[in-house]
Design a protein around this ligand. Sequence first.
Ligand SMILES: [Zn+2]
Length: 211
Amino acid sequence: MNSEMKKDNQAKDKNGIIEIMIWMLPAIMLSMMAKDIGGKTPEIVMSMILGGLGASIGFPLFWLTKDKSMSVKYGTFVFTVIGLIGIMAFILNNRTESDKRNLITCQICGYKAVEKKGGQCDVCIAQINDNFKDEEGYVSMEELIKEEQLYFFSMEENITFKDPEVYKDLDFKYLKDKNWKPIVSKKEVEIRRKEMEEIGKHIKVEVKKVN
Ligand SMILES: [Zn+2]
C-alpha cells in the first residue's frame, strides 16, 4: 500500500467516524438525561424515548451533511453538541423539585413538596403527623390541616388556592397539584387574614413605643 492510498483510507475512516458521531450523538446525549427528567416514567422507557428523539435529530443532520466537506461535517458536529448542551441545561434548569425528587402532594398547601407521607413540606414547612400535631397543640389531624391552611393562605392577598402554579423558593421550584382541594374556604382565610393584620398593627405600635 503506498502512502497516497494510506492517506486516502485514513481520510475515509475519519469521515466515517464523524458521520456516525453526527448521527448518534444526539441520541446518546439525550438518553443520558433519562434519569433526570423521567419522573415517574421508568428510566429505561424514558431513555428509549429520548434516544429515539435524539436519533430523529441526528439522522437528518447526517443525511444532509454526508456528501459535504469535512469542515461542514465538523462544523455541524460542534454546533449539534453546543445546541444539545444548551437544550439540556435549559430543561434541567427548569425542572421542579417536585419532578426531580418525585415528591408527593402536601395536603395543607397543595404543592408537591413532601418527600414521604407524614414528612415535612418544603413549601409550608408543616407536617401531617402525630408529633407535629402534639407539638402544635392540635386536637385532631383535621384541625391541624385546617389551621395550617388558614395560616399559610392568610399570608397572601387575593387568594385563589391555585396560584402560583409553580412556587419558587430561591433556586427551588415546586408544582401545585391540580387535583388538590383545600378544606378551608376563601372567606375563612379572609377572616384570618384580617385577624393577623390586626395583631400585626398592635405589634408595630408596641415596637414603636419601646423605641
Ligand atoms: Zn405544604
